[in-house]
Design a protein around this ligand. Structure first.
Ligand code: NAD
Ligand code: MLT
Length: 531
């Protein structure tokens, strides 16, 4: 087996690879050379310099695995690799401490104007009072995203006697209490924090999560650290915030474009910048190199690969048995998340009927993928979903029973967070997906791309009121199903629409008399399509 390492890579990682495979180490290779040479190799190992484009992947006729020595796989065309059945692995843990320490370094530098003071002294100046700083002691640090890195930042900031508040909608209150952190809403975090640090992944829900509106909510004199991903902050809005003095300073390790080129932020004196150094320590580079090398060897030897971020197709015999249930499970996970939220400690999946005798582990994982993709974005798939779930402290149990009442197959997802519990059951009826239970409601919901789910008083006119409101807002209803606990009690209604329901329209639906709750659900084709 031959492995090409096309970026600078630690000697410890190279040693592990060389013990097992033939290694060609070319850390300076040019893009066109890479395309020419790649067909000889079974595996490619990169950091962030090499761009593993569709062209490289197409040319890699023998490629079986691509390894990224780091967390983010933004420099790899993962979709193309998946299409070609090439496993992509990363090293999610190796640089956690280094990234957390860099965030703390930026935080302290920001408080004490280290970068500007350093420049000034080197220019022969001695302007002490110009660089008067602020203490961190007793200041409020708002941490957005309390995953691996956010938690390590919290531990370190607590040692500096900062008051810590955090926003992470996917961590349960119990988990936060365990690590002794106060959870607040994002708005409250903006209003209370003296310092804000971001530790969330880049996804459609986090892109530009700090913009003009959010900066307006912040305390005057707030200081912001971003050591996660550039696109999380709208750089133009931050620039205005700094120029207007609302934001006292910002420390940025990452940029929307890297390198940032002619970015206005670089002109601001109250901005500290580093060239994406979060993971750049000897220790982290050794850790990630060792982790990724081990995964590469495992993948080449056909062993389990725990940090795969994509996956090749299912074995044909498994696919034939469980194929139709894979999208059903993914839909259930996504449905649960969109209706009940992502803060859960336990998930039970009960397989009843014929399905109970099928190999259902991939089905459970497919449900977790549907759930987790709202949390971690596209990097989750059915290879790494159980691993990510475990890392988030969520216990998953599978229960199987051949006993069944009304359906030949039924899958039930029951999830709990503390004393709160929610249940969804789904099945396939004549090949079509149906959600047949939502908590205590018996339903016949047909999942579709755009859905409005309502609970309301079980009485005449409600359907008409909702239909009229949607019609007035040019939203066409394609179909509708309803279910209830008992006549005259509470009813659940699902309406399939031809287009997205905008937030303002959803708000108006919620304000209608007798509506108890209303959710807009979006199920992209990637969830609903058979795989
Ligand atoms: P993680 O998955 O352990 O934690 C991310 C956390 O963000 C999770 O707890 C998740 O629930 C939370 N989250 C997701 N969406 C959110 C939202 N909309 N609002 C609030 N919280 C949300 O990941 P990690 O290892 O801690 O890494 C975090 C980020 O740091 C990643 O983007 C990673 O690429 C980046 N990173 C940067 C460097 C660097 O060199 N600067 C180094 C390592 C990692
Ligand atoms: C990562 O995603 O691991 C970090 O951003 C570091 C890097 O890109 O090397």
């Amino acid at each position: 087996m031959k492995v090409l390492v096309s970026d600078a890579f630690s000697s410890e990682g190279l040693e592990v690879l060389r013990k097992n495979v033939e290694v060609d180490y070319q850390p300076e290779i040019e893009p066109h050379e890479l395309v020419d040479k790649i067909k000889q190799f079974d595996a490619l190992v990169v950091r962030s310099r090499t761009k593993v484009t569709a062209e490289v992947i197409e040319a890699g006729k023998n490629l079986k695995v691509i390894g990224r020595a780091g967390v983010g796989v933004d420099n790899i065309d993962v979709d193309k690799a998946t299409e070609k059945g090439i496993i992509v692995v990363n090293a999610p843990h190796g640089n956690t401490i280094s990234a957390a320490e860099h965030a703390i370094a930026l935080l302290t530098s920001l408080a004490r104007n280290i970068a500007d003071a350093n420049r000034s002294v080197k220019q022969g100046e001695w302007k002490r009072s110009d660089f008067t700083g602020v203490e961190l002691n007793q200041k409020t640090l708002g941490i957005i995203g309390i995953g691996r890195i956010g938690s390590e930042v919290a531990r370190r900031a607590r040692a500096m006697e900062m008051k810590i508040i955090t926003y992470d909608p996917y961590i349960s209150k119990e988990q936060a209490e365990k690590i002794g952190i106060e959870m607040v809403s994002l708005e409250d975090l903006f209003k209370q924090a003296d310092f804000i640090t971001l530790h969330v992944p880049m996804s459609s829900s986090t892109y530009h999560m700090i913009g003009e509106k959010e900066i307006a909510m912040m305390k005057p004199g707030v200081r912001i650290v971003n050591c996660a991903r550039g696109g999380l902050i709208d750089e133009d809005a931050l620039c205005r915030g700094l120029q207007e003095g609302k934001v006292a300073g910002a420390a940025l390790d990452v940029f929307e474009q890297e390198p940032p080129g002619e970015c206005n932020l670089l002109e601001c004196s109250n901005v500290i910048v580093t060239p994406h150094l979060g993971a750049l320590t000897r220790e982290a580079q050794t850790n990630v190199a060792l982790q990724v090398s081990e995964q590469i060897i495992n993948a080449l030897q056909g062993k389990q690969v725990v940090s795969a971020v994509n996956v090749p197709a299912l074995l044909p015999e498994t696919k034939a048995a469980i194929g139709p249930f894979l999208p059903l499970m993914k839909m259930m996970g996504s449905f649960y998340f969109q209706v009940f939220g992502g803060s859960v400690d336990e998930i039970d999946i009960t397989y009843s009927g014929e399905i109970a005798s099928m190999p259902f582990a991939p089905l459970t994982t497919s449900c977790l993928v549907g759930f987790l993709q709202h949390v971690v974005g596209d990097s989750v798939n059915w290879v790494n979903a159980p691993y990510i779930t475990k890392g988030r402290g969520i216990a998953v149990r599978e229960i199987s029973t051949t006993a069944i009442k009304n359906y030949s197959n039924l899958v039930t997802m029951t999830a709990r967070s503390g004393s709160e519990e929610h249940i969804i059951s789904a099945t396939r009826l004549n090949g079509d997906m149906r959600i047949v239970r939502v908590d205590d409601y018996r339903t016949e919901i047909i999942p579709s791309t755009y859905m409005l789910l309502i609970t309301c008083k079980d009485q005449p006119m409600i359907v008409g009121k909702v239909g009229t409101l949607l019609g007035e807002n040019n939203i066409n209803i394609a179909s509708m199903q309803s279910g209830r606990k008992k006549a005259g009690g509470t009813a659940a209604m699902a309406l399939q629409t031809d287009e997205k329901i905008p937030d303002e329209t959803l708000k108006k639906v919620k304000e209608l008399d007798d509506i108890k709750s209303a959710f807009f659900l979006y199920m992209p084709k990637s969830i609903l399509m058979d795989q």
